[in-house]
Design a protein around this ligand. Structure first.
Ligand SMILES: [Zn+2]
Length: 423
């Protein structure tokens, strides 16, 4: 049994027309007219499949196919169809369309599932729309970590809060109603473009994810004092020298924590950034990635950064500041998101049977699947990104043939996990 590449291509090309920036990539922000147009198209396609179509309290779109088991947990699969500003046509959409195509095949072949199945088509994944750490919203609403506070505080590029944008879209969010009962989702499965160069470079058709690293972000600020390049060394309050000391000390601390975590200061902005003046102000960004839940439980990363900042403040007589960039209701850094290992094995077998080359790949950040791992058995399938793996830009590309192969793997996994175990 295989999916149909022509239909996948048609869906992707159609969805790409729902953009507010024709000619400059695809722009389909959450809760806009283009979001609604895409949603209407997806509803139209689902209607042809006799699915029970509904939206939850957060405006997430579902298409349900009942199974032989009553009141059983659901096998859910899909992805998002919102985009960043001037994006490509594939991030999120590839997985949305693949899932839709899987449902078409199951319908055409009159596949009998035991567990109920639901297509999940999400419209609020992109964090860029309402600012850092505000994405993956549909899944957060389902697992119950979305807050009323976030709806009223974060703003999009039009200056609207989430609640205001939703209201204009005709949606009155009900977070309580959107929450899923623990145990009510059996599987959450998402196909996605890799958004990296590995699969294309290695010429591998399918990437299977075992885990996605957790992530933590901080902004650090060093307030020194500028002076002319002739100012005596003893009188200086050089923000960059303080920042450099911090960078070294932080690197040493991270190394001492072992293999389960990485961390760095990856960005520094220097003011005035001139060879003639003592640096007055430095702002840096810390990025931490975690690979075990234990390291997150046993380490207070914020306290660690604060301690080091305090040290350089004292040593160089300058003021420092720490700001956390974090998702409301989540630790910073988060722990890794661990996928269902048994299903990774199953998918390796599926790939072998279909003759698709495959590899375990654990790269990536920020997918709804990451939110779902602690709530349901979750799995992700990557398909190759072309053009060096760029995404969130018009040059983003994945071959339709690649998406079809990813959809085939999704199809076979969905068929497998929706069947009652005979033993
Ligand atoms: Zn995406």
């Amino acid at each position: 049994m295989e999916t149909n590449m022509k239909r996948i291509q048609q869906d992707i090309e159609t969805l790409a027309t729902f953009t507010s920036t024709p000619g400059c990539g695809v722009t389909r922000s959450s809760y806009t007219k283009e979001d609604q147009m895409a949603k209407d198209y997806l509803i139209g396609e689902m209607k042809k499949l006799n699915l029970e179509i509904y939206e939850d309290g957060f405006g997430t779109l579902f298409g349900r196919k009942e199974g032989t088991l009553k009141d059983a947990p659901v096998v859910m699969f899909g992805s998002h169809y919102d985009t960043v500003l001037n994006a490509g046509a594939f991030d999120g959409v590839a997985g949305t369309v693949a899932a839709l195509e899987v449902m078409r095949i199951l319908n055409e072949t009159q596949f009998v599932n035991d567990y109920p199945m639901e297509l999940i088509l999400m419209n609020a994944e992109e964090g860029a729309t309402f600012g850092p750490s505000t994405g993956v919203s549909n899944s957060r609403a389902m697992v119950g970590t979305m807050t009323e506070y976030e709806l009223d505080t974060v703003k999009n590029r039009f200056g609207q809060t989430k609640r205001e944008a939703m209201a204009e879209y005709g949606l009155k969010p009900d977070l309580e109603a959107a929450k899923r009962k623990p145990g009510s989702i059996k599987n959450f499965i998402e196909m996605h473009v890799e958004q990296g160069p590995v699969l294309d470079r290695e010429n591998i058709e399918i990437g299977l994810i075992k885990y996605l690293a957790g992530i933590g972000r901080y902004t650090i600020r060093f307030y020194g004092q500028t002076a002319d390049s002739t100012a005596p060394m003893s009188s200086r309050k050089d923000a960059l020298v303080a920042a450099c000391n911090f960078v070294s000390a932080f690197d040493a601390e991270m190394k001492a924590l072992g293999e389960d975590v990485t961390g760095m200061v990856g960005k520094l902005d220097i003011t005035p950034n001139s060879n003639q003046f003592v640096p007055e102000y430095v702002e840096g960004k810390i990025e931490i990635r975690t690979f075990s839940k234990e390291i997150v439980e046993k380490t207070d990363f914020k306290a660690l950064v604060e301690k080091l900042l305090h040290q350089v403040s004292k040593q160089f007589g300058i003021r420092t500041e720490l700001e956390e960039i974090r998702r409301i209701n989540y630790p910073n850094p988060t722990g890794p998101s661990i996928m269902n290992a048994e299903n990774v094995k199953k998918m390796e077998g599926i790939c072998d049977q279909l003759g698709y080359s495959h590899v375990i790949i654990n790269n990536g950040t920020g997918h709804d699947s990451m939110i779902m791992t602690d709530f349901a058995d979750t799995n992700m399938i990557y398909v190759p990104s072309r053009n060096g793996g760029v995404s969130h830009c018009p040059e983003e590309w994945t071959d339709y043939e690649s998406i079809k192969k990813g959809a085939d793997v999704l199809l076979h996994l969905v068929m497998d996990v929706s069947k009652k175990n005979e033993d």
